[in-house]
Design a protein around this ligand. Structure first.
Ligand code: NAP
Length: 481
């Protein structure tokens, strides 16, 4: 394999047949991290054909064979943690300590799904006929296409690939063109750990061509996608036409509600971690802070103080906040600051480029207030470090405003009142709910996914639900002769 061979098809590293793909360091955009030829749609088709060929044998492998491969891959990820974290930061930009945490999490995910190979089961179901034994079995879908974004460029591919391989599927992975090298390293590790040729392929290239093959080819038996709502909706519609199982996890506009009895310091810490951690580039990032008017001044002051104390800089220097991933995302961040101001919001802090560093896609942590729910800044996903504060008069208004968006991924409430947080859980339209915690983050054994425009709501990721998505269920009625 040479440094420019990013396509792994049927067990061979190969050059792409497409246009040159250039990845730049977002902390220093003049610096090219890597440049290589992208895959074409025809190469994606070849990868799917290889997966089709390999899926029977991999699907018939024993649980302990698959378990051994995934545990070995986890060990290799850990053994290479520093190198992988550096690769991740150079392409995506996040602080190196966050990258280390994400790589460690990838190892944890591999182990979690390795353990599933032995413990995942069907059900024994009571039979109404004493002569007949009724039970269910699960079997792999076959060939699955996995399409991932750039913001968790090792964790997201890992949680899809590990779940799909653990349950016996052959996989073709298409990572984001912004962060291909970390995906390449993951696939190298899985191949070295023993995933057979064809059972795992990697194709790196544009979604419009390579991605399109991966959703339309008739060999594809299942699709899992994470990314923007626009792309995800297109993919789930296309998959629905063929009746192929599809899972899409998409955008968010996540609210954090702060009620008068909340621990104000804890609420401010959570809002700042949720809004500015990972430069706001998390689908579960906090983008709306809904504060009861009785504590609005205190919460606002605490949030602004904390935002202003954050360091911003290149990920390799391990600041509190790194750059936006790309020129496009950088432009989007500044555009939304302008939109908010034009709509009448007040800029409390941030909104500009920090004095240092001199180049790179950096923006100061930004907080705007006097935001109304109808404004674009309160409705549209920025995917950057811009937090809107919306004052509410009471709990009912907080719920109404929190639900007054197209999205429904994550939501949090800060209160000491059990009746209130239980009512919040009942009434909030969100797939992930935190009580006295930040909207961002999840645990791998918990199902993960959203409601409304945040998700196809067909099947959640992670936890047992992931295993269920990647398998068919058969109901068996056995009557002895
Ligand atoms: P994106 O533009 O939708 O891209 C996601 C992936 O889809 C990339 O690999 C992309 O390829 C590919 N793609 C683009 N067009 C395609 C098509 N027509 N057919 C098949 N694949 C196609 O999203 P992004 O900018 O990478 O990621 C940011 C978004 O992801 C945000 O909206 C964020 O909220 C969301 N996200 C959601 C979750 C969640 O779990 N809910 C988690 C993380 C991120 P190329 O880019 O290489 O062309």
């Amino acid at each position: 394999m040479t440094d420019t061979q990013y396509q792994y098809i049927d067990g061979e590293w190969t050059d792409g047949d497409g246009n040159e793909l250039v990845v730049r360091n977002p902390a220093s955009p003049d610096e090219t991290v890597v440049s290589f030829p992208a895959a074409t749609g025809a190469q994606a088709t070849r990868a799917l054909a290889a997966a089709d060929e390999a899926s029977g044998a991999w699907g018939a492998s024993t649980p302990d064979e698959r378990e051994t491969v995934l545990y070995d891959a986890a060990d290799r990820v850990e053994a290479n943690l520093d190198r992988l974290a550096e690769t991740l930061t150079l392409e995506e930009g996040k602080p190196i300590s966050s990258s280390r945490g994400e790589v460690a999490r990838a190892a944890e995910i591999l182990r979690f799904f390795a353990s599933y190979t032995r413990t995942a089961t069907g059900d024994t179901v009571p039979s109404t006929d004493p002569e007949t034994f009724t039970y269910t079995v699960r079997e792999p879908l076959g060939v699955v296409s996995l399409i991932t974004p750039w913001n968790f460029p090792i964790a997201t591919p890992t949680w899809k690939v590990a779940a799909a391989l653990a349950s016996g599927n052959a996989v073709v992975l298409k990572p984001s063109s912004e962060t291909p090298t970390i995906a390449k390293r993951l696939v190298e590790i899985l191949a070295a750990a023993g995933v057979p040729d064809g059972a795992l392929s990697l194709v790196v290239g544009p979604g419009s061509t390579v991605g399109d093959e991966l959703i339309t080819d008739e060999r594809v038996d299942g699709i899992s996608f994470t990314g923007s709502t626009g792309t995800g909706t297109h993919i789930s519609t296309t998959a629905a036409e063929r009746g192929v199982p599809v899972q899409t996890e998409m955008g968010g506009k996540n609210p954090q509600v702060v009620l008068p009895d909340a621990d104000i310091d804890a609420a401010a810490d959570a809002a700042v971690a949720g809004a500015f951690g990972l430069t706001g580039q998390a689908c579960t990032a906090t983008s709306r802070l809904l504060v009861h008017e009785a504590v609005a001044d205190r919460v606002t002051e605490a949030v602004v103080d904390r935002a202003e104390s954050l360091s911003v800089g290149p990920g390799m220097a391990d600041p509190d906040m790194g750059p936006a991933v790309s020129a496009d995302q950088d432009e989007t961040n500044f555009e939304y600051v302008s939109i908010a101001r034009e709509e009448g919001a007040t800029l409390l802090t941030g909104g500009g480029r920090p004095a240092e560093p001199e180049s790179g896609y950096f923006i100061e942590p930004t907080v705007v207030t006097d935001v109304e729910s109808s404004m674009r800044i309160a409705q549209e996903e920025v995917f950057g470090p811009v937090l809107s504060i919306i004052e509410v008069a009471d709990f009912d208004e907080a719920i109404r405003v929190a639900n007054d968006v197209a999205f429904g991924l994550s939501a949090s409430v800060f209160t000491a009142d059990m009746a209130r947080w239980r009512e919040f859980v009942d009434r909030i339209e969100a797939g992930v709910i935190k009580v006295n915690g930040t909207t961002s983050g999840s645990q791998i054994q918990m199902p993960f996914g959203g409601m409304k425009a945040s998700s196809s709501e067909t099947a959640k990721e992670l936890g047992q639900r992931a295993y269920e998505f990647y398998t068919h269920e058969k109901s068996v009625y056995r009557t002895d002769p």
